[in-house]
Design a protein. Structure first.
Lengths: 426, 533
């Protein structure tokens, strides 16, 4: 029943949005600014991205209630690229050229970001990307509010190598077959080699998007782990995680024997999984819902109230996660930058973004780097608890500066730690 | 429910016994020390053999231990007791910190607790304890293991205990004891044995061996070979099971199509969506059970199976009556029309249930698995699905060969005009046959909901596979479908273990293309008159 009313209200919303689009003049009179939300609401990535759309809408509502940005009310334009990478580029073009949005908040997978990147650069748009990724990119038109490899992947692997994390000697690098897992694993392989791990002790495996039969893979991990203390680094993305973790639980692969650390699995992805057999498996993020901090408590409270008011699916058990936090930070930093620049103009906002700070729910003051378009972030490693939450077992002392160009990839040492065009302009 | 029971039991145990003080220094280290101190404290507490220590350790593993200042508390719900003295603490202190048990601590606690239980009177407890130690134990418990070994008589537990003792003696002890331990390890088929033996044979970075004694190395090499031989059997068995499991899923997905496409000749592109409808029916039944009969939740599948069949069959029959019957004998139009229908169905489900995946929970009896060999666990969910596929196959075979409807279907397939002449109502038979085929798709959806994700796109992933199975098996043949499904399942899993999931999928597709080129009629061709399209 609830679902149906939800659908109905969504329909009403969509109609209202299209009506608003038709009467552009009326919208201009109300002093509004359009902002795009570009997240997959269907397909394999919907499991992760749908909540980011809702988080963005919550932040907009919050800002509007407090008077908007420079007196302009935010008018969100939500589109559904349906986990279809070329469609991402099409929708991005539509947002910038037709809807003339001031900024876009969106994308999860790196392949979607790579497909919209040329559009944003060509049309001089502004994209806020809220998910941890593989680095190796630095565009003038993008602000990366998720983690670079040195803010997530490398600390996680270092932890598993330490005595505390179990002292892993052999590594299974398991991922979905696309650019993020491939590049991350390339960086990790180079990092592991620098720590003296031999090639025979690293096993790289990939599955297609939406893969659902993990029998052989879990059996192979078991076989591989007989050769010495093994840890699994999972960069599986999207709804494949559910069958993967179900299979892990069913086949009885315990975290005390073979810990699995995941970079794209948070509270939301574990919602549909029985987490009791998974206790102790790990995730590395820059935020966990379980972090004890007043700012986080407030963030959680706001989200719970919003989810309940909007009757979102899963509102009976509201969950927050890292990319939601990153989305939230990104939106507020954009607002601050616009107010500093006193303009919605892309170039002026980009200049004003440098050095912006925001009190993040993860309990630190997050700062946008002056040059490299990435946030300074603290790193947390959490172990899954029986209730699907994470116990923080390790964290960095304070925020870490991002290295988008990983030093573990050859040729990166010559690359500038700031966008090329900006450097050329100076 | 279970945790509540544990809490109640623990509370009862605490009340029943006069409080005995534990070593306060150890308890403080357990709560406030760094990890090394905590591990040392765990082992020291376990060595006391005090049941109160065991309780404290269990509480720590459950995450119920907190610290308030210098005090270490066991907090269960609103009740707190001092961990050292066992006294109740009320009211609860304000500033409490969780003592986080990470994997390392939990592992240490598990083996410490297991060591204490090795001499328990109950056989099951002992067996569980010795199995827990098989994962790797601290050498400090060797005396406890030896003591247990001396009094153990059970034929299953004893060899396991011997093996645990061997793993512990491997690292310390004199040369003869170590060689004996290596021989014992060679008798087992456990992956941990391999790990330990490999460690003995490891080379250091400077080229020398980590193990200086050559006799030990030779002995380890021999044992390793024996263990690996045994493990290889487990791996083969696991692979075979995975193949059968995938085969059974393909079979379920394709059986319905074997009837609608194979026997009736309708190219039904909406077959995948009928599977999806079956999965969503399961989801709806699950929700009904959760809302109205939570007590019987574990058995919702028994209701979901016939419901999924009925709903999909009804949708299929409506399709047949309203669209497909006007297109018999026109394969291209059928293909386009059913493809359009599939899009309509996907969008309809998206509108009703939302675009996101819905959660179908496994009943408790379908979670977990059964340990076959030391390195093979067969998950219950897959075993159940294999059995289910076999049952469905048997059912459909009976339907086709033993019933009047089956006779009619076969008759209409072989010669429609003649069947019509002898009084078979061919139009009605078509509707029923299509309904049965669609219902089978619904059953497949019900099964798939237990192992995969349920979303509006579910069917798209299976439609291609279903057609491959039917075409490969030979159109118009049930037996061919069975062989093709199992064959594809095995081939896919074999290739996957060699070359990875992505390449395996490509290789299987290439194989099928080549095969169909060479043998367009499939594995088993209908003899005699060709089936009319």
């Amino acid at each position: 029943m609830k679902r149906r009313t939800f659908v109905r209200s969504m329909l009403a919303l969509a109609m209202a949005a299209s009506l608003a689009g038709m009467s552009l003049e009326a919208a201009a009179q109300a002093k509004t600014v359009k902002v795009g939300v570009l997240h997959s609401l269907s397909g394999t990535m919907a499991i992760s991205e749908t909540v980011l759309k809702d988080t963005a809408l919550m932040a907009f509502e919050e800002i509007n209630a407090k008077g908007g940005v420079m007196g302009y009310k935010i008018e969100p334009v939500v589109v559904d690229p349906a986990s279809n990478w070329p469609l991402f580029a099409e929708k991005a073009r539509q947002l910038i050229t037709q809807d003339k949005v001031a900024a876009v908040f969106g994308c999860w997978t790196s392949v979607s970001r790579k497909s919209v990147l040329p559009v944003f650069e060509e049309l001089n748009g502004l994209l806020y990307y809220p998910v941890q990724y593989e680095g190796e990119e630095l565009s003038k038109n993008v602000f990366y509010t998720g983690a670079a490899p040195n803010q997530q992947a490398i600390p996680a692997v270092e932890y598993l190598m330490s005595k505390e994390g179990g002292g892993a000697k052999r590594w299974v690098l398991l991922g979905t077959d696309y650019v993020y897992p491939r590049t991350t694993n390339k960086i990790l392989r180079a990092f592991l080699k620098s720590k003296g791990v031999a090639d025979k002790d690293i096993d790289e495996k990939y599955t297609p998007f939406g893969h659902s039969d993990y029998q052989t893979i879990v059996a192979d991990i078991k076989k591989f782990s007989a050769g010495g203390k093994t840890a699994v680094v999972s960069t599986i993305n999207g709804d494949s995680n559910v069958p993967f973790y179900k299979e892990l639980g069913n086949q009885g692969l315990k975290a005390t024997d073979v810990p699995v650390v995941a970079f794209s699995v948070g509270e939301e992805e574990l919602r549909g999984v029985d987490t009791k057999p998974l206790v102790g498996h790990l995730a590395a993020w820059n935020y966990f819902m379980s972090i004890k901090d007043p700012v986080n408590d407030e963030f959680k409270k706001k989200w719970a109230a919003y989810a309940k008011a909007k009757k979102l699916p899963g509102a009976d058990k509201p969950l927050t996660n890292d990319p939601m936090e990153a989305t939230y930070i990104g939106i507020y930093m954009w607002k601050q930058a616009v107010e500093k620049a006193k303009s919605f103009d892309t170039d002026k906002v980009i200049a004003a973004m440098a050095g912006q700070t925001f009190k993040a729910p993860s309990g630190i003051v997050s700062k946008m780097d002056e040059k490299n378009h990435h946030l300074h972030k603290a790193v947390f490693i959490g172990e899954v608890k029986a209730d699907g939450q994470f116990n923080v077992v390790w964290k960095t002392k304070g925020p870490i500066k991002a290295q988008p160009w990983s030093p573990f990839i050859a040729g990166n040492e010559k690359k500038l730690d700031q966008p090329m065009t900006a450097a050329a302009a100076k | 429910m279970r945790t509540l029971l544990i809490i109640l039991l623990a509370a009862a145990a605490l009340l029943a016994r006069p409080a005995v003080a534990l070593d306060a220094g150890l308890v403080e280290k357990l709560g406030l020390g760094d990890s090394d101190e905590k591990v040392a404290a765990i082992n020291a507490l376990a060595a006391t053999g005090d049941p109160q220590a065991a309780e404290l350790l269990a509480a720590l593993a459950e995450g119920d231990v907190q610290t308030a200042g210098k005090r270490v508390l066991v907090v269960k719900g609103d009740q707190a007791t001092d961990a050292a003295t066992g006294e109740a603490v009320a009211p609860l202190p304000k500033d409490r910190e969780d003592v986080v048990a990470n994997n390392r601590l939990r592992g240490a606690i598990a083996s410490a607790l297991a060591a204490l239980k090795l001499v328990a009177p109950d056989r099951e407890t002992r067996l569980a304890a010795v199995k827990a130690l098989a994962g790797g134990a601290d050498p400090s418990i060797l005396p406890l293991v030896k003591k247990a070994l001396a009094q153990e008589t059970d034929p299953i537990i004893k060899p396991l205990l011997e093996w645990v003792a061997a793993t512990l003696e491997l690292s310390g002890g004199d040369r003869d004891a170590r060689i004996a331990a290596i021989r014992t390890l060679g008798l087992s088929g456990s992956p941990s044995s391999k790990t330990l033996l490999l460690a003995l044979l490891e080379k250091r970075t400077d080229g020398g061996f980590a193990e200086p004694d050559e006799d030990v190395r030779i002995e380890a090499q021999k044992s390793l070979r024996a263990v690996e031989d045994r493990l290889a059997w487990g791996e083969r068995a696991g692979l075979a099971f995975a193949g059968v499991s995938l085969g059974s899923i393909l079979l379920l997905a394709a059986l319905g199509l074997a009837i609608t496409y194979g026997l009736m000749g309708v190219i039904n592109m909406a077959h995948g969506e009928l599977i999806m409808i079956g999965a969503y029916t399961t989801y709806v039944v699950q929700n009904l059970f959760r809302a109205h009969a939570p007590g019987a939740f574990d058995w919702y599948l028994l209701c979901a199976v016939p419901a999924a069949f009925a709903v999909s069959a009804a949708v299929g029959m409506v399709l047949e009556r309203t669209v497909i019957r006007f297109l018999y004998g026109r394969p291209l139009e059928t293909l386009l029309a059913t493809w359009g229908i599939s899009l309509v169905l996907i969008q309809a489900v998206r509108t009703i249930f939302g675009a996101q995946n819905v959660q179908v929970e496994n009943p408790v009896w379908m979670s977990g698995g059964i340990q076959m060999l030391s390195n093979v666990v067969l998950p219950w969910s897959r075993i159940v699905i294999i059995g289910f596929a076999a049952a469905v196959l048997a059912g459909i075979w009976c339907l086709l060969t033993r019933t009047r409807l089956g006779l009619f279907v076969r008759g209409v397939t072989q010669n429609r005009a003649m069947a019509s002449c002898v009084g078979v109502p061919t139009a009605r038979v078509d509707t029923w046959a299509f309904g049965v085929g669609s219902g089978l798709a619904g059953l497949a959806g019900c099964a798939l909901s237990q192992i995969g994700n349920v979303g509006p796109d579910l069917g798209q992933a299976y439609i291609v596979d279903s057609f491959l199975v039917v075409v490969l098996g030979g159109v118009g043949q049930l037996a061919g479908t069975v062989y093709a499904a199992l064959g594809l399942g095995f081939a896919n899993k074999l290739l996957e273990s060699w070359s990875g999931a992505v390449l395996a999928k490509i290789a299987v597709l290439v194989f099928i293309i080549v095969f169909i080129q060479k043998r367009p009629q499939g594995l088993f061709a209908m003899k005699g008159r060709a089936v009319e399209a």
